[in-house]
Design a protein around this ligand. Sequence first.
Ligand code: FAS
Ligand code: PHB
Length: 394
Amino acid sequence: MTHTHKTQVCIIGSGPSGLLLAQLLAQARIDTIILDRRDRVYIEGRIRAGVLEQGSVKALEEAGVADRLHAEGLVHDGFDLAFDGNRHRIDLSGLTGTSVIVYGQTEVTKDLFDARVAQEQVFFFNVEDVVPTDLKSDTPSVRFRQNGEEHVISCDYVAGCDGFRGVSRAAIPSDVLKTFERVYPFGWLGVLVEKPPVADELIYANNSRGFALASMRSETRSRHYIQCDLDDDVSDWPDDRFWEEFATRLGPDTAAHLQTGPSFEKSIAPLRSFVAEPMRYGNLFLAGDAAHIVPPTGAKGLNLAVADIRMLSRALIAHYTSGNDDYLDTYSETVLKRVWKVERFSWQLSTLMHQFPENSPFEKRMQRAEFDYIASSEAASKAIAENYVGLPLE
Ligand code: FAS
Ligand code: PHB
């Protein structure tokens, strides 16, 4: 027996993209069903992004889930770039008139989950064998299994919000889909520690031994990263080794303010730049990591996902409330223009701030020259600042 369901928009994936889309559509009384192969506890436990652009804050305000963000988030008016111990502050508010808010993706996800549960909206967790079908027809559907039972959801549209390893992108025929990728020859080892941050603002450091990032989740909880080898395992990095390497890469003046302690989360993430085109196929729309990946250097992954959802929700709301399909028809072209500009910034900052094994002495000098140029030019610093606070939606 197959269980049948009907909704207007079927959302595959219950990460920030899927949850925010569901919430923005719910505000416009558009019905959705969300599927996820995991459950809420697992999804909330994933430690990921930490910095929100103003555009993301605006979207969360429109979704009615920004109260805790404003109560607990930390407003940051700048951040430091450091090169072999020399620090240069990028004055975000002075150069752009705006700032960013430090508020973990985990918290954003919790706020969005709470809102959907409060509205008693439909979730299917721990699903298997999700298959979007009839995407070129006016009656697409999504088949899946849950607890051994078959289900099918008929809908008007399918939102592929299922991340880099989801099934939505794979539903686009290979003769239609084009992908572009750059895999970086290193990863990021990240730790969470219940200790105050090194400084009031984030510090991105390029040291001859590798990249380091001093970030935070609150005034008592820090999130730190170091560039590591792709074949490293967290077991290669006991806390003592991590702290020693992290302090070395920050330099003695900055490390003098470092408070070390036992990490309670430690993980390694690979770095890649990736874009899939188009982001629409029939009545399937891709958003977030399902369509693109950026190296976390520019703090853009979550923010790019939110920007996609702001444009996809606008398009779906225009369709259902006024029968206007212009935004749906231009979604892929419009959103990809911004995706590629954000990919560029994330690639540029990653290229500047990391030690690349293949870099010649000339390329290493180019990195230092780029840093010295940024540190001495308001125009160059402003270019970094305007990308970091978030480019206009279109
Ligand atoms: P997500 O991957 O968050 O969510 C996709 C959801 O789809 C998941 O819940 C998954 O279970 C579900 N799913 C997958 N396949 C499915 C299927 N077949 N059926 C049903 N459900 C399925 N960004 C930053 O800005 N800063 C950072 O520091 C940062 N660090 C990161 C570290 C790591 C290890 C990773 C992986 C990403 C990091 N990111 C960072 C990027 C990250 O924040 C993403 O941009 C963000 O999670 C994107 O959200 P979604 O598009 O919702 O995708
Ligand atoms: C984080 O705090 O997790 C973080 C902040 C900025 C980045 C990447 C990660 O660029």
